[in-house]
Design a binder for this molecule. Structure first.
Ligand code: PMP
Length: 487
């Protein structure tokens, strides 16, 4: 396959043969990448792009140690996991050594969706209950059982898949723009309020004469817009859910494998004594190769044993396990968690220093290599700047930097790069953002002034507030479809 089609030809073949619901990034003018190396990707014409969002290429695109491990195992043996093999057991042992000791039994699967589907099955067998609780705006996978716990998808306008009756959605504990906000109440009041919502969901299950099966959440919500939960939230929620008969599932598909830097797993960040009952992992695990896992307690695994034999054709195959072992090697050898702390903290600090100069930067949050900037039209009202954020994204692209947007208003600039992202990359990103924010803010101010002038013609007593409102309206509504949804 040495030939390369012209980009426009690839695009028209894609339009013809690939389902249109599989959306591209930058749909108006998609990129055609032909090569990747560490934190960079290269377009067909050789243009280099700095990748600030690919959390799957965790240790770097095409990292040679990972590529070599896959190649070596592929030419040696590839089969299913019904034979004894050292890779699967070594991988299980190494993964468990990063987790609390209670979490010591592994199932290997091929995607985050499969992992979250299996997690729900485990919960059913262990608790014998069916009711599940998930967070608003959550995304946990594309199979039907996971769409059912993904308001991010089933709340979408055209979705035929509605919330299943046995699933209960509670508000995402987003202190900045959630149901309870830190400009309206203290942190402890809002934590109580968000925890109270979970208690109410459990109470309503109990009132119907049933028990809870599971609570599932990421420990920092990525699709919801890089949301950091208030301190103590998960600990209190886990206690409530367990008292109601349920188990607690931590979805670490995006946030795991040291992305948060100081810990291996995001659920440990706020409280390193917190122990979920089931952890699901994926994406970074194979650095782009499909391998995922579910890790749980012996008691939960034993309850599942009552059911039929669990077989998964590709889950835990020797090639995938060799690759995942190589990923763990690189995280340790290249000290990528330490890098996430150093570079992530530096980047967050620099962004926070920029914040007072840029009214668009409503909130800067995150940990390690998982950061978000909540872009606003007005700091006081926190009105989301979806359209302006979209403009920022395209301006970044024209400077060969790839970022993405997320959150219910598509206004959160999302940063989750390969973990080898360097200090120089962080400085380049900040310098570029600083310049682009200045330009976009100037454009916004100009359209506000134009809107004010127009309003003044219509009614001589036009106020500045009206001008700002007009500018906000002109900024348009965010549209998740426009940029091809990322994740
Ligand atoms: N959980 C989370 C938090 C995710 O972000 C995703 C994928 N974006 C999944 C589960 C599903 O993973 P996969 O696409 O590998 O099925």
């Amino acid at each position: 396959w040495d030939f390369l089609r012209q980009k426009h030809e690839t695009k028209s073949m894609r339009d013809k043969y690939i389902a249109s619901s599989c959306q591209l990034f930058f749909r108006r003018d998609p990129l055609k990448m032909v090569r990747g190396s560490m934190q960079y990707m290269y377009e067909q014409d050789g243009t280099e792009y700095l990748d600030c969002i690919n959390n799957v290429a965790h240790v770097g695109h095409c990292h040679p140690h990972v590529v070599q491990a896959g190649f070596k195992q592929m030419r040696t043996l590839q089969t299913n996991n019904r034979y004894l093999h050292d890779h699967i057991v070594t991988l299980a042992e190494r993964l468990c050594s990063t987790l609390p000791s209670q979490l010591c039994v592994c199932f290997f699967v091929n995607s985050g969706s499969e992992a979250n589907d299996l997690a729900q099955r485990l919960a059913l067998y262990y608790t014998k209950n069916r009711d599940g609780i998930c967070l608003d705006h959550a995304y946990h996978g594309h199979v039907m059982s996971c769409i059912g716990i993904s308001p991010y998808k089933f709340m979408h306008g055209g979705s035929e898949e509605k919330k299943p009756d046995h699933i209960h959605v509670v508000p995402t504990p987003d202190r900045y723009r959630g149901k309870y906000r830190d400009d309206q109440m203290s942190m402890s009041e809002l934590t109580d309020a968000y925890v109270g919502e979970v208690q109410s969901a459990c109470d309503s299950v109990a009132a119907a004469g049933r028990g809870v099966s599971f609570f599932i959440s990421e420990s920092m919500q990525s699709c919801g817009g890089q949301v950091i939960f208030p301190p103590g939230y998960l600990r209190r929620v886990y206690d409530i859910v367990r008292r109601s008969g349920g188990v607690c599932i931590a979805d670490e598909v995006q946030t795991g494998f040291g992305r948060v830097g100081s810990k291996w797993w995001a659920f440990q960040l706020d409280d390193d004594q917190l122990v979920p009952d089931i952890v699901t992992i994926g994406k970074p695990m194979g650095n782009g190769h499909p391998i995922s896992a579910v890790i749980t307690t012996p008691a939960i695994a034993e309850a599942f044993r009552r059911g039929p034999d669990y077989f998964n054709t590709y889950g835990g195959n020797p090639v995938s396990c060799a690759i995942a072992l190589a990923v763990l090697d690189v995280i340790e050898q290249d000290k990528l968690r330490e890098n996430a702390v150093r570079v992530g903290e530096h980047l967050k600090r620099r962004l926070q220093e920029m914040q007072p100069r840029h009214p668009m930067m409503g909130d800067v949050r995150g940990a390690g290599m998982f950061l978000g900037i909540d872009m606003v039209l007005c700091r006081r009202t926190r009105q989301p700047a979806g359209q302006a954020a979209e403009t920022v994204l395209w301006r970044l692209r024209s400077e060969h930097i790839i970022m993405s947007l997320d959150g219910p208003h598509e206004n959160i600039l999302k940063f989750k790069p390969p973990m080898c992202f360097s200090l120089a990359n962080a400085n380049q990103l900040c310098d570029t953002l600083d310049r682009i924010f200045t330009e976009v803010e100037a454009d916004l101010a100009a359209s506000a002034a134009a809107a004010a002038a127009a309003t003044a013609v219509a009614a001589t007593a036009a106020t500045a507030a009206a001008a700002v409102a007009a500018a906000a309206a002109a900024a348009g509504k965010p549209d998740r479809e426009k940029n091809g949804g990322c994740r």
